[in-house]
Design a protein around this ligand. Sequence first.
Ligand code: EPZ
Length: 427
Amino acid sequence: MENKGENKLPEKIIIRGGKKLSGTINVQGAKNAALPVMAAAILLKNASLTLSNVPDLYDIRTMCDLLRNLGASVEFEGHSMRISVPEKLNTETPTDLVRKMRASSLVLGPLVARWGHALLPLPGGCVLGSRPLDFHLKGLSKMGADIELKNGAVSASSGRLNGASVTLDYPSVGATENIMMAATLAAGTTCIENAAKEPEIVNLADVLRLMGADIKGDGTERIVIIGREELSSASGYIIPDRIEAATYMMAGVITGGDVTLKGIEEKCMEAILNKMRDAGAEFAVTGDSVSVRVSSNGLKGISVKTLPFPGFPTDTQPQIMALLSVADGTSIVNESVFDSRLLHINEFKKFGARIEMQDNVAIITGVKKLNGTVVHSSNLRAGAALIIMGLAAEGETTVCDLQHVWRGYESLGEKLRTLGADIEFED
Ligand code: EPZ
């Protein structure tokens, strides 16, 4: 497959647009559930965590390498993974790997909780504005960790952490995950107020409970964890990727096709489906399959504001902006989660889209058609949105810098070809 982590990944995709996408594809395991669940294995000692439905993505393979660098052994074949943690781990994370992916910060809580120390270079990853770790560090220090920032790295050390009451200034997904994982081994009870409620948090809590953790309230704004002396080997499952599913739904709608996604839980996509319905999409749900097509009245402009779950997810903001660029009328897209996640607008304009920006709000005037062009992806979801634009545009589009897209979309070429897209890849 073109996006196996260990092989050279194509840099460009060439799309001959204007074809209706129709057919059925399976949804991958959720990248943003698998990454924290993999980090949770570090809470074990002389034990192992077995996982199923793990997506084969570049970021997953980066996390495998990170865990191996710490001393764990990781077997990853197909979509099954086994992470075995020995008696001793080293606790200094390698800079090159951490700089590649912000989710590397998810090893911080488990390393401090289990091993008493962590040295983490400040992470890299998508450029979505400033993405500090202050909520993570404030929570861990409330639990008794000594935190030091020096030479561009975070050093955190502690004896056994103590349970604490932590109120997050913002329902940060990563901070909720780091503090929840650390709390599973702390002495006493930890309460996280204003916690993130994403489905990926619940998946992580489910796996931690299988490992013996005592967690209640995940999926609500108040999570209570009673610390244990140790956790034990377990087998867990990764939930479907709602963001991947939404991406292909929008590709189907913008091309006037009829796309079915298999293996997705509709309840975790409510805000996405509601907004797409408002814009003119029609859905049919049968069991764990969701089919979508555009209604006979076509697409019309709407207002969207990105919010923490259960609101409209920021990870589908570029994709719905692509859809709205050809809707009838004006749309407003307000990005409230990240302070600069609208950089893709300049690339969208190369297709002929009409978009103006005021602070973190995009005002889109729908156009009748988009014209193929050459564009560059700046991050994972912006890259996916450019591909959606190319699929709808007349003529040929080349999307460059695909390395961003390979971080989150498994078997992208196969899935697009299954739906009838006319594409090829170039190095
Ligand atoms: C997770 O990132 C996801 N990544 C992101 O998906 C997603 O966009 C984001 O949650 C929001 O849903 C993974 O799960 C691996 P946050 P995370 O902490 O945890 C600010 C994708 O495309 N903040 O909820 O980093 C932060 O700057 C990726 O798959 C602080 O100020 O997001 C942002 O403005 C992109 N201080 C806001 O909070 C902190 O200590 C939300 O960030 C932490 C966050």
